[in-house]
Design a protein around this ligand. Sequence first.
Ligand code: TRP
Length: 336
Amino acid sequence: MSQQVVLTGIKPTGTPHLGNLVGAIQPAIDLSQDNDKRAFYFIADYHALTGLKDAQLLRDYTKQVAAAWIALGLDPTRVVFYRQSDVPEVFELNWILACFAPKGLMNRAHAYKAIVQHNEDNGESDVDAGVNMGLYTYPILMAADILLMQTRWVPVGGDQVQHVEIARDIAQYFNRQYQRAVFTLPEAMIDEHGAVIPGLDGRKMSKSYNNTIPIFGTSDELRKRVFRIATDSSRPGEPKDPETSTIFQLFRLVATTEQTLAFRQQFLAGIAWKDAKEQLFAVLDQLLTAPRERYRDLMSDPVAISDVFRYGAQEARDLAQETMRHVRLAIGQNLL
Ligand code: TRP
């Protein structure tokens, strides 16, 4: 049986942090080890462009994200790892799919609706203020990414499920119109421990809350960050509730079961916050020591990353061109 395609896009809009690592990077790398599946992971740089117009930043984030995934264990000979903008077929398909995407479907997309809502709440006379067409048609480009590679599974966070459903809808409109299964129907795949990963202040770890733990700083920087985690005022010796502690929640995401059980006991026995932080720092530091070095090497050797992208784009384009042959034939672009 041929392998099912699993594909996901990574928007290069920030420096990778611990939330990205446990929420997306690690699960995706684990999934790529599954022999029943063929993994396609790519840097969605043209999706980033809808909001990120600073060339230097886009360049930096693209390199950082690629280096992070490789440093953390993505094997570019096993995963087709590429940059969206290196696959022109994506943009050809984007137009074709746009012709199958009802405008109303875009109006109902959450990200767009949230901006409209924000404008309304702020008494803005133009409800579309701040919306460019790239943002508005973002789900179509995403559908092109997905359908081009005949994707079956799309690992994403909860906020992207609707986009995958839109891709599936568009695929169905197309297949139905031409009475043939040109596109595989994709489905979102949500990691079951898609639990919210808390940041320094206890809210979801997110760049926009400025509460992240960056993964590729120095050991010293890591320690400082960990020591900034908010705690309550309970004193050493007082029992502490592991379930409400950010320190414990982060610890369990990166430690072994035995370590976690022992840590829990220490909480109940009244560990001092500073000792708890020291232990969290220790597991994180150990986990990140080797990747940190690989990351530094990759970042100082941009040729290595561009080589990976070049190789990945070739593989991706092979499949993309095959899909496009079927698409062009279906819509009647062939003259014979
Ligand atoms: N929109 C996704 C995000 O913001 C990134 C993305 C772009 C994507 N194209 C994709 C994810 C295709 C899955 C499949 O995270």
